[in-house]
Write a protein that binds this ligand. Structure first.
Ligand code: HEC
Length: 169
């Protein structure tokens, strides 16, 4: 019984941010088993956008999604993980279409006012040479937060692109 409780505690703790030091986040694991909110293809916001249209899948802990659907606000310590894949066209035997090919990496948004005064912090776990980083430092506010705050539909998050948060189900 004690062991089962311990397992539950470990499973739950994986869904809150774990830090190496203040605003230095350890890469979340197991997020593919969280609540999947939606995917998109080729949304890009950099000037010199890559020609490849990357796939992105976005996940959130189920409890945070449920709270958001009730209140319109994400609870403290909410994490959203966005994983990125290169598109691959060789979908044989299909004649056309693309699927998710090589894994590129993850970016993570965390609502945690103990980490950054602006409340939401943004972390990029894709290293310069494409390696997946075990930990990442919060980006400066102007690099990420400003756009999310201005254009994200609800509470800094791009809910308008995520059907399972946007639509009633
Ligand atoms: C110019 C606008 C803009 C900037 C700057 C920006 N983002 Fe985003 N971000 C978006 C849009 C649009 C989406 C919607 C989904 C997508 O991009 O695939 C998004 C989605 C996300 C998500 C998924 C959760 C959510 O909040 O919707 C994460 C995580 C994320 N961005 C991380 C970052 C990081 C890290 C940075 C800074 C290095 C950053 N973003 C800078 C526009 C921006």
């Amino acid at each position: 019984m004690k062991f089962a409780l311990l397992l539950l505690a470990v499973a739950a703790s994986a869904q809150v941010p774990r830090y190496e030091s203040k605003a230095v986040l350890k890469a979340p694991t197991g997020y593919r088993d969280w609540y999947f909110v939606g995917s998109n293809l080729g949304i890009s916001y950099s000037e010199n956008a890559n020609k490849d249209e990357f796939f992105k899948n976005i996940y959130i802990p189920r409890a945070a999604a449920e709270k958001f659907k009730k209140t319109g606000v994400f609870p403290e310590k909410t994490m959203l993980v966005m994983e990125i894949y290169q598109p691959t066209g060789d979908a044989s035997p299909a004649k056309q279409g693309k699927f998710e090919g090589k894994f590129v990496g993850i970016e993570v948004a965390v609502k945690d006012k103990d980490a950054v005064p602006e409340g939401w912090a943004y972390y990029n776990f894709i290293g310069n040479n494409g390696a997946s980083l075990p930990a990442a430092k919060a980006n400066p506010k102007q690099a990420c937060w400003n756009c999310h705050n201005e254009h994200g539909a609800k509470d800094n998050v791009f809910v308008q692109f995520y059907p399972r948060l946007r639509d009633k189900d």
